[in-house]
Ligand binder design. Structure first.
Ligand code: PXL
Length: 284
């Protein structure tokens, strides 16, 4: 009996040489969870684009369909399809087609609508892109937006924290109406010095998880959170346990970085938390 079949996740993100986000977060975290990370790089950058000038950007749009064609010809199947930072509306179309071609009955589709934070779209994105991203979220089983991405997906203005419980519940409910089975909303802040996530399922069950709040902007943490959630969920944890594990992993990386007082634009120290992450999964 094949009881320990290794799972394979298609990770569709850019690769930024410095910054510990997108694929440089997804590959180690998904691997630590014991899964195979098959990568489809959407672009190659010298660094991420957040608050850093002069980054290089090589677009790989023309390679994406040939990647998919080759994988199809090899009969590759995926237990998970996990998308993050996409460089254009055209890339969103390609990922939508990829999901149509590769989704099997048991495939879990996780979409991190990586496009905005702190009330602003990332460099080179506009609100038309948010509309396209909504189409991709419609195809997902799980979406993992932060509060800014949630507002832009819903076509409303970003509100600064703290938030009321009613507002967060309304955001979660309206995000579910876009189409995913599960929503994991990050950056939930009720003004009590904690920060965390709200998790809601189509069946109406909702939970919140919180952790300590460190001042500062920590780049790449959305990608680490979504990658850790993906790893845990494919490990068979339910969405609530997966969110708690991902939050603990991400907050421990932020704490390590806060204590070390390093340049937060260059990413957080998640590597030294991979051992604890594996333990929280009960091994890899
Ligand atoms: O962490 C999200 C992200 C991923 N990839 C690139 C980015 C960002 C955020 O700024 O610029 C290239």
């Amino acid at each position: 009996m094949a009881t320990n079949r290794q799972k394979r996740v298609a990770a569709i993100h850019d690769i930024s040489g410095i910054g510990k986000c997108s694929l440089t977060a997804a590959i180690p975290v998904i691997s630590a969870a014991g899964h195979e990370a098959a990568v489809m790089p959407t672009a190659v950058l010298s660094t991420h684009t957040g608050n850093i000038n002069g980054f290089t950007y090589r677009d790989l749009t023309d390679d994406l369909v040939p990647f998919a064609d080759h994988w199809k010809s090899l009969g590759i199947i995926f237990d998970g399809i996990y998308s993050g930072y996409l460089g254009s509306a055209h890339q969103i179309d390609i990922v939508c087609d990829f999901i149509e071609r590769f989704r099997e009955d048991e495939t879990v589709v996780i979409v991190d609508p990586a496009m905005a934070d702190g009330g602003k779209m990332y460099t080179n994105f506009d609100f038309a892109f948010a509309k396209e991203m909504k189409r991709l979220c419609h195809k997902a089983d799980i979406i993992v937006p932060n509060m800014t991405e949630a507002a832009f997906l819903l076509g409303e203005e970003y509100s600064e924290p703290p938030y009321s419980r009613e507002y967060i519940e309304s955001v979660l409910k309206r995000l579910l109406e876009i189409g995913p089975e599960m929503v994991v909303l990050t950056g939930v802040d009720f003004g009590d010095g904690k920060i965390g996530c709200g998790v809601c399922c189509k069946n109406g069950e909702c939970q919140y998880y919180f952790s300590e709040h460190y001042s500062g902007v920590y780049y790449g943490t959305g990608d680490l959170f979504a990658s850790a959630l993906t790893g845990a969920y494919l490990k068979g944890k339910d969405i609530f346990e997966s969110a708690r594990i991902a939050l603990d992993f991400t907050c421990a990386a932020i704490k390590r970085t806060y204590d070390a007082q390093t340049d937060t634009r260059l990413g957080v120290n998640f590597e030294q938390g991979l051992g604890d992450y594996i333990k929280s999964l009960g091994g890899n």
